[in-house]
Write a protein that binds this ligand. Structure first.
Ligand code: FE2
Length: 251
């Protein structure tokens, strides 16, 4: 791992919370290599920790089959960075948050004020989002493919239902594929920066796929056409990573 660019609390902690194997960690941290863009640097007045912005595991223009370079640069370097900076400010205000991991904060989010929910959720969700996309062509494992077919009928039917969850989410939010408490695949959506790991989520489970349907994720290229963004997004999903997350969630 390139620990120089990733804080232990943000990235390793994140990988431990979502079920990711050592192989996936090696791929994310070592084999691909992280890009450390200048725009990721913090303003001088922002706390520099305990949470830090993880670098993208690919160049910002690498996902252009679905997401343009400028959107990625702003999304990662400005929006995600703001969630990290604002979360650090909240930690500075509340001693009880000082030594908490992001996973611990998310799992007990109902105990915290809205600013912690919004910025902590924003940090976790975006870290997850970057990790389940890739410019490379990838395929689902046989196990995940079989589970998708069993639950949704076919891959196309699954994609259609997932896209519907994204388009029907009113306002800003996320569409998710989770492994629920019964060990089954389930599609859900959450408003704002909520996610299915939060203790007060209506539908709980381990996310294995998630798409950001905030306008900041797609508006430069797709404007008001969120459905077009959701369709194009399949071109950059890292099915290998999603399959690894599925295997860990089922283990
Ligand atoms: Fe976002």
């Amino acid at each position: 791992m390139e620990t120089a660019t990733l804080s232990k609390r943000t990235f390793l902690g994140f990988l431990a919370a979502v079920p990711v194997g050592l192989a996936a960690m090696k791929t994310l941290g070592g084999d691909i290599g992280f890009v450390s863009p200048a725009y990721a640097s913090a303003p001088s007045d922002a706390p520099t920790g305990p949470f830090t912005l993880p670098a993208l595991p690919y160049a910002p223009g690498a996902l252009s089959k679905a997401i343009d370079k400028q959107t990625m640069e702003i999304h990662h370097g400005k929006h995600h960075k703001a969630y990290v900076d604002n979360l650090n400010k909240e930690v500075g205000k509340d001693a009880a948050l000082k030594d908490k991991s992001i996973e611990d904060i998310i799992a007990n989010i109902s105990k915290y004020p809205a600013a912690v929910r919004n910025n902590g959720g924003g940090h976790w969700n975006h870290t997850f989002f970057w990790s389940i996309m890739t410019p490379d062509k990838t395929e689902m494992s046989a196990e995940l493919s079989a589970a998708v077919t069993e639950k949704f009928g076919s891959l196309d039917d699954f994609k259609k239902k997932f896209e519907e969850a994204g388009t029907k989410q009113f306002g800003s939010g996320w569409a998710w594929l989770i492994v629920n408490k019964s060990g089954e695949l389930e599609i859900t959506s959450t408003p704002n920066q909520d996610n299915p790991l939060m203790d007060d989520a209506k539908v709980k489970g381990a996310p294995i796929l998630g798409n950001d349907v905030w306008e900041h994720a797609y508006y430069l290229r797709y404007q008001n056409k969120r459905a077009d963004y959701l369709k194009a997004w399949w071109n950059v999903v890292n099915w290998k990573k999603v399959s690894d997350l599925y295997a860990k969630a089922k283990a």
